[in-house]
Design a protein around this ligand. Sequence first.
Ligand code: FAD
Length: 477
Amino acid sequence: MVSLTKATYSVLAEEAIAAFAASLEGSLIRPADAEYDKARKVWNGMIDRHPALIAQVATVGDVVAAVNFARENRMRLSVRGGGHNIAGHATNDGGLVIDLGARKQITVDPAARIARAAGGVTLGELDAATQRFGLAAALGVVSATGIAGLTLGGGFGWLSHKVGLAADNLIAAEVVTASGKVVRASEDANFDLLWGLRGGGGNFGIVTEFTYRLHPLGPDVAFTFVFHDTSSDERLAEAIRFYRDYAATAPDEVSSIMALGRIPPDEHHFPAELHRRPFALFAAMYAGAVDDGLKVMQPFFDFGEPLLNYGGVMPYVEAQQIFDPDYPDGMRYYWKSLNLMQLDENAIARMVEHARRMPSDLSTVDLWSIGGAIRRYGPDHSPYAGRSAAFLLNPEANWVEPEDDIANVSWVRNFIAAMEPFSDGGRYLNFAGFQEEGDVMMQKSFGANYARLAALKAKYDPSNLFSLNQNIKPATG
Ligand code: FAD
């Protein structure tokens, strides 16, 4: 009689793995392979995990095979789009990664103003394809980010006030569910699933194709990227007040971010006399006629004598890449966020205090204005529940040395704790640190939409196979 010893199990597992590898049109990478170290790494250098298997899928059939393999073998499962998730959910220790990064298919239908894009496409790739037709999808502001994680979490960018979040403009999707079925979700079929994908994260399956509504834009846009001195606390407070008041009355064409920081001591990009000078950066795009945009955004320049100005009229695809150099792969990052319901004098005083304590010259405190189309969509249009906030506050710690981890992570956590009284307690889940607060944070962030999401999770993924994400526990009973 043969007993199922550990050795026998390993042999069986080896055979199963070999059969799985042979079934794929893409590649299965294992720890002994030369490509393994590159394949396991994600954007955030704080994340250093060692999956047992990485399936670099080439086809939808590969995705189905990989989902079935993970489920049947009860493996911990990560899904990777662009690899830019801050918490590093796109990789894990000892489990399977389904990496869609090689799937780059994009089809643009200019007459219908829609684009279909595969799960491994990045923002820059989709922008380049849509701009050939004078169209754009609502996406984010750094071109290397994956459309997948960005859209499934919400997706703020330069078109948000005009047309809504990336998720608001997702009109259909092809999804491989936990049971290995390929399902189409749209306004007409499986609408419940489409609703869940518009901000409910990677909970409901693997999206192999996203279909976006597109909007006429460019090729040139009016773009603001102007730095003002904030050396004194009073000037820093004035900059925040100015931005609050400007955002309250700006037309929907303007989507904007204010970033507070210190000019990094980088002689290639910034004049030496400005190094470490505290700044407020106003970054904004006007989604409309260039001349109108220059006029409407003039107050950003008039706020004071600018320290630096990189804005003007530029191709939309260039504006979409302006932040790219600030976020190299492999640096150390910890970003968290909070829905700010208002910015009164007390909130501004706390922001000034905590912004000044930033340990790294590479970090910033970002304020994203929320309004226009984001708000008009209403609270149950999609899972994203931060539409009634005035601003999204996002202290982002960016640094280089591991010995500075504690100082940087603590700075963000203390900042967020100090600002909680001015918030509804919800976070934007694409900027949620390492999601240390678990279920409590999910419930606060999804608010009244949480129960509907939990029911949807029970329908599409009752055993929580897709758990490494902004995880929603399946409803019971
Ligand atoms: P990944 O790490 O590959 O995936 C993140 C998660 O999404 C996965 O763990 C999985 O749960 C899920 N997922 C990925 N692919 C799929 C798929 N095909 N099907 C199902 N689930 C999937 N956010 C904004 O809103 N606006 C911005 O301007 C913005 N800028 C950013 C700039 C940088 C430099 C970074 C690092 C992040 C930025 N973000 C922004 C946040 C960004 O939206 C999230 O980090 C997002 O998770 C990145 O998606 P990804 O596909 O690259 O990540």
